[in-house]
Ligand binder design. Structure first.
Ligand SMILES: [Zn+2]
Length: 283
């Protein structure tokens, strides 16, 4: 099965001692596309440095909603600067998190808005994190209204992106009608090990809804370990550190949900990745 990992924070501390080995293990496991997203200015610079050092890796630069309050004007200027590099293929991760609320809502919204503008300005898709508290959907509804207000699904995104997705819902979480509305705006959807968690049962229906050319998968490493990841010795993650080869578990789940063979899903994932991100040095 061909594989991609559209979202792995390999620049993060839990990979400090075995980063190079993890990258090699990922490609050895059949992963053909690997995207490392930032969550603040420093991690975005490190993501871009990884992409510049290894043409097989792509980077995204941006500020996570958790880090919205801590982002200074100088940090934002750095994000804009990094975003101009051709090896930064996307803007993010950014979005809204009304569950853990590490930054106040207003600051998350302001952070999201300038990322959406930067995506339109650069023609690089926004990578969007979106979580509400259990049983709620306020963040998802706010995200849709921010996307529409910024011109996604209208002529601003058509001018900047043509038929490419102007954004993607990373590590999908939310109700089916939210997914349908995002697809209506032209967005892509990426599934992670979150689909195996209680409360995320709608993901199975959404997996059948997404058109193949806008369907992605990811690990969100080091987070969201799917079933099967053994307890290891990495502190801070309940002993279960996720890494890109584990994306296969979500890939097989996806094939099952869609009634497709793993081979046909895999080829579709690589094609969808290449249709979503403009990569200056494919391969
Ligand atoms: Zn992430």
């Amino acid at each position: 099965m061909r594989l991609i990992d559209s979202h792995a924070h390999l620049q993060s501390d839990p990979f400090e001692t075995d980063r190079a080995a993890t990258v090699e293990a990922s490609f050895d496991a059949g992963i053909e596309r690997l995207l490392v997203p930032g969550w603040d200015a420093g991690s975005s610079a490190r993501a871009l440095a990884m992409a510049l050092a290894d043409p097989r890796i792509d980077a995204a630069v941006g500020v996570h909603p958790h880090d919205a309050s801590a982002c200074s004007e100088a940090d934002w200027a750095e994000i804009v600067h990094l975003a101009a590099d051709p090896r930064a293929v996307a803007i993010g991760e950014t979005g809204l998190d009304f569950d853990r609320m590490h930054s106040p809502q207003e600051e998350q919204l302001a952070n999201l808005r300038r990322h959406l503008r930067l995506a339109l300005d650069t023609g690089k898709p926004a990578i969007l994190h979106c979580r509400s508290a259990a049983g709620q959907r306020d963040a998802q509804d706010a995200l849709l209204s921010e996307l529409r207000a910024a011109g996604f699904g209208g002529s601003p995104s058509a001018v900047a992106f043509g038929t490419r997705p102007p954004a993607l819902l990373h590590s999908f979480s939310g109700p089916v009608d939210y997914a349908a509305a995002a697809l209506e705006l032209g967005l892509a959807v990426s599934f992670s090990g979150l689909v195996f968690r209680r409360g995320e049962e709608a993901s199975a229906d959404v997996a059948r809804l997404v058109p193949g050319e806008r369907l992605l998968i990811e690990t969100d490493s080091p987070y969201l370990a799917p079933p099967g990841v053994p307890r290891g010795s990495v502190p801070g993650f309940g002993g279960r550190r996720n890494s890109p080869p584990w994306v296969r578990v979500t890939g097989e789940w996806l094939a099952q949900q869609r009634g497709q063979s793993p081979d046909s899903i895999g080829s579709g994932l690589v094609a969808a990745y290449d249709a979503t991100f403009r990569r200056p040095s494919p391969g």
